[in-house]
Design a protein around this ligand. Structure first.
Ligand SMILES: [Zn+2]
Length: 340
């Protein structure tokens, strides 16, 4: 399989090193897990070259890498396996040369090649990549493409997109991946009701709102497409009007849920407060006066026994609480853009 250039513009190729000689780390899946642990959507490099010379695919080439900020746009990022210069294998260097020439040819020599250290205070990629690749002063591949028949190893680009530790995050999930998701949502302007590492109703509502805004499938589940969109998105613009939304203004706007919530909140509170108060004998005077004031409301309960009345009052109190909750949730939905 040959390198196929992506549709997005590419001007530069950056070379990195994994900073580990641990054999367990000699694969794209490990790098993917590391980068997810940082809260990224997945591996930041497009290619990972193993000690064996096998080239693994990482991030989708159509996506900007997360590798040498703030110079990620318009680049392809390649990571070779290793830490110490003496432990980088001939096989992986041959694979690097082959891959870079493939990229060079795909762009008719119009891309330049760089080490991470050119743009950061780092030693990455440790190796003398300029010598290995034969890079000119301006960054172009200056030599001639090595004859593949003469090289011992013939590295093939293996399409093995790393199996992410947990590709999908959904309602009920907990842990640092949820935390990263919540932080990202908040950063982008979506309310999650607190960073608690717990994918609950509010986080799901925020994900749904994000999916609506980004024309994704609105299933409330954070799969590959939503993950990518989250990493690429810029913070949403929240209008002042929306931000200032309250139950009252929503009711005026004709939002029926909020409106109903307000009405039952008003009557419900009066009825349940009097009910609780009447349960306490020493408040009976208060209850009597309240009863007088609330006659229109309490008429309904006139012919009933006290037990039934109290039962009803408790039910009303519960419904009031529910109504208050739905009103509050509705306001937050409005703010977070779940509803129009
Ligand atoms: Zn690097």
């Amino acid at each position: 399989m040959l390198f196929v250039k992506p549709a997005r513009p590419v001007k530069k190729v950056f070379i990195h090193i994994s900073a580990s000689d641990n054999p367990d780390h000699d694969n794209a899946a490990t790098i993917d897990a590391w980068h997810r642990a940082k809260g990224w959507s997945g591996i930041g490099y497009h290619f990972f070259i193993r000690k064996s010379g096998q080239i693994e695919r990482g991030r989708d080439l159509e996506k900007t890498p997360a590798a040498q900020a703030p110079y990620n746009r318009g680049t392809i990022a390649i990571c070779i396996s290793g830490l110490k210069i003496g432990k980088v294998t001939k096989e992986e260097l041959a694979a690097l040369v082959d891959l870079c020439w493939q990229i060079n040819d795909a762009y008719n020599g119009q891309v330049t090649f760089h080490g991470h250290r050119e743009v950061a205070n780092k030693t990455c990629p440790v190796i003398d990549y300029k010598k290995v690749l034969g890079i000119s002063e301006k960054g172009y591949l200056a030599g001639t493409r090595p004859d593949k028949t003469k090289t011992k190893s013939e590295p093939a680009i293996v399409v093995s997109t790393p199996e992410p530790a947990s590709a999908t995050i959904r309602h009920g999930d907990k842990g640092f991946q949820v935390e990263a998701l919540q932080r990202q949502l908040v950063k982008l302007g979506y309310q999650v009701g607190g960073i608690d590492n717990n994918f609950g109703d509010r986080t799901r509502a925020a994900v749904l709102a994000f999916q609506v805004d980004n024309h994704l499938i609105t299933d409330g589940v954070v799969g590959a497409a939503t993950t990518e969109a989250l990493s690429d998105a810029t913070p949403r613009q929240i209008s002042l009007e929306r931000d200032a939304a309250s139950i009252a203004s929503l009711a005026t706007d004709g939002s029926r849920i909020a409106d109903a919530s307000m009405k039952s909140l008003a009557t419900g509170t009066a009825v349940s407060v009097s009910g609780i108060v009447s349960l306490l004998p020493f408040f009976s005077d208060t209850f009597k006066s309240l009863k007088t004031q609330l006659t229109p409301v309490l008429e309904t309960f006139g012919g009933m026994s006290d037990a039934v009345t109290y039962g009803l009052l408790i039910a009303v109190a519960y419904l009031t609480w529910q109504a208050w909750r739905s009103g509050a949730a509705r306001v937050e939905d409005h703010k977070s853009g779940k509803t129009a």
